[in-house]
Design a protein around this ligand. Sequence first.
Ligand code: ATP
Length: 312
Amino acid sequence: NKRIATIGDAMVVFNPSKTGPLRFVPSFERAVGGAELNFAIGVTRLDMEAKWISCIGDDEFGKLIYNFARGEGIDVSHVLRTPHIPTSIYFKEIREDGAGKSFYYRNPSPLLELTEDRIDESVLDDVDLLHISGVYLAVCEHNIEVALKLIALAQAKNIPISFDPNLRLKLWTIEDARAVYEKVYPSINLLLTGQDEFELLFEGRTVKDVQECYKIDEIIVKKGEQGATVYTATEQYDRKAFSIRAIDTVGAGDAFDAAYVYSYLNGDDIGERLRLANGAGALVATIKGDNEGLPSLQELRQFIGDEKLIER
Ligand code: ATP
């Protein structure tokens, strides 16, 4: 079975009981989130293996996250725990149209304790793809070094690398993000980015230009309810989104990434990868929560119409 590795913070998420500004929300429902963990769950639900590298607080919320990740079948053998820093949390605000806003309490994040020297050289030995997200790069300054070390390890082993910039302007400035991402682009095989994000990051440069500049095999542009487009050096593939009523779009991008990477490692052609990824993104957008809607392979195949749904 194929296996991916990813690194990042996880948080206890507080989902609002109603839509609208946070100050008018009287109660919350507790869940677990974090872009990289969501990605790992997405891959695991699709029957591939995922190794999640992280550090969480040695506290009640840390135990909750650890048990949750284990329960999803994720390899947590590289998750450290620290007694010094509390597990990160965040509160979510959801607008009437399903768009979300996040309020983070993770300053510092337990990742502050996951320094480069604590990354085991053998961590990628049994891995088929390394996935890096920009959230991880933004959370602590030394994460950049850690990520570059993992990237170098992956390259030495010929392991493909996917990267989602997941730009979070609450965590750093666009200039800082650009400067760090510049170090990552030349090493990656797949760039999974949102359309607005691409425009912000590359300031009017064309996809072709970016692709040639950094020699990225595939640039995958996610376009919300418009679907997604993949650019290779020679071709362009457009696929429409599935038609759904969006309830909460947070996590749709992570779901898309997980399904795309799953399908890529499975050897599917680009059209099929896009179909699965659009399906996974749409399914997550129809359910409140960041990862609750991540489909199993069977649910995904039923949703995109490959299998008939038999309810009983
Ligand atoms: P985020 O990082 O906030 O999750 P993103 O920019 O990475 O967002 P989006 O483009 O919002 O990702 O969504 C990812 C994918 O999920 C889209 O390409 C699409 O396939 C699917 N998707 C998202 N929103 C919708 C929607 N309203 N209707 C149908 N599909 C959607």
